[in-house]
Design a protein around this ligand. Structure first.
Ligand code: AHR
Length: 506
């Protein structure tokens, strides 16, 4: 069996925003992980630790979601602005974090981090314990260019220019920690919040630059998630439609059935469970995309002069990643190591998001630093890059490329394949998800190509991870195999490895 790469068989353009990230006030994701404060012994730039800042700059995440997650639903943004010494002390009880929260990292620190690393911000508002006025004020503070009390306050806090935040989430997992709501309860609230958002445009004919994101289903519960989406769209069809641009589903690859299985100690069975678990997201995307499209058909389009039509809603995966059992008892909260098993599922998840780029508009890895499926781990002054970071870096050439329609799996070898094309450059990923067997994959192109380069992430032992003592145990490296130009190539890929090949059409 051979994988045929056909440039004419395309799916769509891969939005860079499929490579998004998520940071929240949990464990040491933000404090210690990103923010140490200006007076820290840890080298920093205006309070952001330099080592993490440097790797985030190289990563250049296209979108960064904050402040939660669950945390967003009890967060009052005014606690986190102004002189840091005057900020109130609150308490964070989320997911075992259980510590004082001195609000040193707030709206300006987050938005200036986004500026430093070139990420577009996504702010989730407080739907549960916040008010509409609080949300409006937050948006005014961030975005109002005109001279107002809140734009003056922003200027006094060091940022006269508006931040122009486009993405605003209304509610987080509202079916659980975000209020335990029914679809009807949520839509009643959503309607009021979404239609109260400032528009930031002077013309009633001009579209508002604001992009409102609704809370989608818990996709880890397939039956309930179908009902959730059906109910949400049934609600939407009843009254005037509020602005809704994105629909945010969350998917965790739960690895909690075997308490003995840890991020660094697992059996072949545990390996298989986690690898296959991540692939379930693909069916969920197909199902939810169909549900949203058929739900939209029943939305009566408004006749009123003022109302805008609701013909399309973007699907978003606002949180995804592996969640191992040990994370529940971890200190700092939710910290887990990242082995080759996690790197493989990160690669396969990015593959499936890219392959469904005609259905998914944005996605955020949960979370960037020190929490769950991390790209970076810190401990005091030390920092280590996880293999997940290398996967995201290796996948950068797919951003803005056209996804090609190739079979997900090479049926002979069993290796997973993804390919995209930008101009005359084709990028192919081959992920060998076997724990112990190397594989040969035969790739045939429609034209002669030159193999321009190849990067690989692998480890002799799939349990290996980067530690503070051995920070480069698994790092991507350049493969120097020599290939003649041609149409057909055999790639020999080691067990538990990810290979990204760059080919130029001649
Ligand atoms: O990412 C950790 C938590 O997982 C988030 O706060 C919440 O949205 C989800 O349940």
């Amino acid at each position: 069996m051979t994988v045929f790469i056909d440039s004419d068989n395309t799916i769509g353009t891969i939005s860079p925003k499929l490579h998004g990230q998520f940071i929240e006030f949990l464990g040491s994701c933000i404090y210690d992980g990103i923010w140490v404060g200006e007076d820290s012994d840890i080298p920093n730039t205006r309070g952001y630790r330099n080592d993490v800042l440097d790797v985030l700059k190289q990563l250049h995440p296209p979108v960064l979601r904050w402040p939660g997650g669950c945390y967003a639903d009890t967060y009052h943004w005014r606690d986190g602005i102004g002189p840091r010494e005057n900020r109130p002390i609150t308490f964070n009880e989320n997911f075992g974090t259980f510590e004082r929260e001195d609000n040193q990292f707030g709206t300006d620190e987050f938005l200036q981090l986004c500026e430093l690393i070139g990420a577009e911000p996504w702010i989730n508002i407080n739907l549960m314990s916040g008010t509409i006025q609080e949300m409006r004020d937050w948006m005014e503070y961030c975005n109002r260019a005109e001279d107002t009390e809140l734009s003056r306050l922003r200027a006094r806090n060091g940022h006269p220019e508006p931040y122009n935040v486009k993405y605003w989430g209304i509610g987080n997992e509202v079916w659980a920690g975000g209020g335990n709501m029914t679809a009807r309860m949520y839509m009643d609230k959503y309607r009021q919040f979404a239609s109260s958002m400032p528009k930031f445009t002077s013309s009633i004919f001009e579209q508002s630059p604001i992009y409102a994101i609704a809370s989608g289903p818990d996709t880890n519960k397939p039956r309930e998630s179908v009902k959730w989406t059906e109910d949400i769209f049934a609600e939407l069809s009843q009254y005037r439609q509020p602005p809704i641009h994105g629909y945010d589903m969350h998917f965790y690859n739960w690895n909690i059935s075997d308490p003995e299985d840890t991020p660094t100690d697992f059996t072949q069975e545990g390996w298989n469970r986690v690898i296959h678990g991540c692939l379930e997201l693909e069916d969920i995307i197909q199902t939810q995309s169909q549900l949203v499209n058929s739900g939209l058909k029943y939305i009566p389009q408004p006749e009123g002069f003022w109302d805008s039509k609701l013909e399309h809603v973007d699907l978003i995966i606002g949180e995804w990643g592996n969640w191992h059992y040990s994370a529940f008892n971890a200190r700092p909260a939710l910290q887990q190591q990242v082995s080759m098993r996690d790197a493989i599922t990160t690669a396969l998840t990015l593959d499936l998001l890219q392959r469904n780029c005609d259905k998914i508009s944005m996605a955020c890895n949960a979370q960037t630093v020190n929490v769950l499926n991390s790209l970076v781990l810190t401990d005091g002054k030390d920092m280590v890059i996880t293999p997940n970071y290398d996967v995201f870096m290796m996948y950068q050439p797919h951003q803005n490329a056209t996804a090609l329609n190739v079979p997900r799996q090479d049926s002979q070898s069993g290796a997973y394949i993804f390919a995209s094309q930008k101009d005359n450059r084709i990028t192919i990923n081959i992920t060998n998800a076997s724990m112990d067997a190397a594989k040969d994959v035969n790739v045939v192109f429609a034209n002669d190509v030159e193999i321009m380069g190849m990067k690989r992430l692998e480890s002799d032992d799939p349990h290996t991870c980067n530690t503070f003592d051995d920070p480069d145990a698994i790092r991507a490296y350049t493969v120097n195999d020599e290939f003649n130009d041609g149409m057909e190539f055999n790639f020999h890929v080691p067990a538990a490895s990810i290979t990204v090949i760059s080919a130029r059409i001649l």
